[in-house]
Design a protein around this ligand. Structure first.
Ligand SMILES: Cc1cc2nc3c(=O)[nH]c(=O)nc-3n(C[C@H](O)[C@H](O)[C@H](O)COP(=O)(O)OP(=O)(O)OC[C@H]3O[C@@H](n4cnc5c(N)ncnc54)[C@H](O)[C@@H]3O)c2cc1C
Length: 481
């Protein structure tokens, strides 16, 4: 079926009349920056980009879009990896970039809470918390680019989930502009509030499909004064998970990260940067990057040293960072591996989770199935395994043609997801569904959940103008969308 062209000129005129002059960008050269995501794999063609400076301007924008039926896509830092924040390729969606709403509205070291606008870059919010001797614990590789609204809309995870939880666990309240332009003020700082339905939960992880988040009240924690970092080499993923179970207890539950890296990831990082050295004296099949943090009078260094000394049945070799700079070097290995996977071109990303107790079996099952079905593919395995979360990515062999690469990604993803189904896992631990994981998601969702998803969407966005075709399929009959 041919796409029906959107009524662009009429919509642009309506938007221009509804918004102050400098909110709307329409020139091709201005739109380019908002058209492609971090990975470069996902791109679109926005009809226009709106850059509101206030919640009232977002509200005026949405009132106009609701009246005219103009499709809208909220956008943060474009680091989401499932193709949800870029406009559709047909050129009929308006991107709403929150980048100009980037203030910290308030922060309290007594409440251990801050209120941050949706466009604030995560790292800026973290630095502001640190200036008050507090910690905003959301931490991951994209923190210098992603924005708070994007973090809430994707329910972001990261390295510290095992101690502090996902973004969902850190949100006290939200301010959201609804599809019809009304402002829902749920910006509470209350730790306890059982007055009926917890509406904020609907918007957390909704990937822009239910409302535009304009601000969030977030939990803070005392800033740790001690951080200890170690990298250890192990024989197997089974041993890594046994080490994790022991570490939680023996390190007094002070772990803040437990990152698994299979050797191939270390090789990728070493190949990418000359200034990185093989971290241990020998080569091991499996590595774990461990971080523990504490404040006050805890002797954290001794706790970690004693734990590692007592785990010599599992740990083949290891290094404990003697300084912050050495710790940063160990983390650099992890970050470089993530970035360098894509240097040769596209690669398949997966972001799956299984119960922690089933993680080793899942990795063994998936890797042996891949070895049988696609021995030519390079499987790169790492993850936040303290949360049962693994990235099992596929790098195609050098020189493989584009069509063969697409087929390889399709087939290997199927193999990985089948192993995941055998383990009772989730196809999306952190990154969400967006457009990229939609088919796999819809293939697995049960009828009752699907019905409830549809009813929630219809209730909050009756004309499906918000991020149509993300998470759920486009509504039948929505024409060109
Ligand atoms: C190197 C790298 C490492 C990463 N590591 C992790 C990790 O460890 N854990 C993890 O969870 N993720 C990780 N990610 C994924 C990504 O950074 C997160 O999903 C992040 O939360 C996205 O934020 P963003 O501002 O870039 O959002 P965008 O990519 O701009 O948008 C993501 C989604 O949120 C919606 N959205 C954005 N802003 C709003 C708003 N104000 N209101 C409503 N909807 C909105 C968009 O429409 C889209 O659906 C990583 C990404 C990269 C590139």
């Amino acid at each position: 079926m041919n796409a029906v062209p959107p009524p662009n000129a009429k919509w642009l005129a309506a938007l221009a009349a509804a918004l102050p002059e400098d909110v709307l960008l329409t020139a091709d050269e201005d739109l380019a920056r908002y058209s492609r995501d971090w990975s470069g794999d996902h791109f679109g063609r926005p009809l226009a980009v709106a850059r509101p400076r206030s919640t009232d301007e977002v509200s005026a924008l949405m009132r106009c879009c609701y009246r005219e039926g103009i499709p809208v896509v909220p956008q943060g830092g474009l680091t989401g990896l499932v193709g949800a924040a870029v406009a559709a390729i047909h050129g009929g969606e308006v991107v709403v970039s929150l980048e100009r709403m980037n203030k910290v509205r308030s922060i309290s070291a007594v409440d251990f809470a801050m209120v941050v606008e949706a466009g604030c870059i995560l790292e800026d919010a973290k630095n502001r918390a640190e200036a008050e001797d507090c910690l905003l614990p959301i931490t991951f590789g994209a923190q210098g680019s992603c924005r708070i609204g994007g973090n809430v809309a994707t329910n972001a995870g990261g390295f510290n989930v095992l101690r502090y939880g996902m973004t969902r666990d850190l949100v006290l309240g939200l301010e959201v502009v609804l599809a019809d332009g009304r402002i829902w003020n749920g910006l509470k700082m209350l730790r306890k509030d059982n007055r009926g339905y917890d509406l904020k939960q609907l918007f957390i992880g909704s990937e822009g499909t239910l409302g535009i988040i304009t601000a969030a009240a977030l939990k803070l924690f005392p800033r740790p004064t001690q951080v200890e970092t170690a990298l250890v080499g192990l024989r197997s993923v089974e041993d890594a998970m046994a080490l994790y179970a022991r570490a939680r207890r023996e390190c007094s539950d002070l772990l803040t990260a437990f990152e698994l890296i299979l050797r191939v990831g270390i090789d990728i990082a070493l190949h990418a940067r000359d200034d990185l050295k093989d971290p241990l004296g020998d080569v091991y099949p499996v590595y774990v990057l461990i971080e523990a943090s504490a404040g006050g009078r805890v002797d954290l260094a001794s706790i970690l040293q004693d734990f590692l000394a007592g785990a010599d049945d599992l740990v083949m070799d290891g290094v404990v960072a003697a300084s912050r700079a050495q710790a940063e070097k160990l983390w650099l290995l992890r970050e470089t591996m993530v970035e360098a996977q894509g240097r040769g071109g596209r690669y398949l990303r997966t972001d799956v989770s299984v119960p922690i107790s089933g993680l080793a079996d899942f990795v063994t099952d998936a890797l042996s199935s891949l070895e049988k079905s696609h021995p030519e593919a390079l499987a790169v395995t790492y993850g936040h395994v303290g949360d049962g979360n693994v990235h099992l990515n596929i790098v195609p062999p050098e020189g493989m043609g584009p069509e063969a690469v697409v087929a390889l990604f399709h087939e290997t993803e199927k193999v990985i997801f089948e192993a995941l189904d055998r383990s009772g896992g989730s196809i999306s631990a952190e990154h969400g569904i967006g457009r990229v994981k939609q088919k796999a998601f819809l293939d697995r969702i049960d009828e009752v959940s699907l019905d409830l998803f549809g009813r929630i969407k219809d209730a909050l966005d009756p004309s499906h103008i918000l991020s149509d075709g993300r998470i759920m399929a486009s509504r039948p009959g929505s024409g060109y969308r």
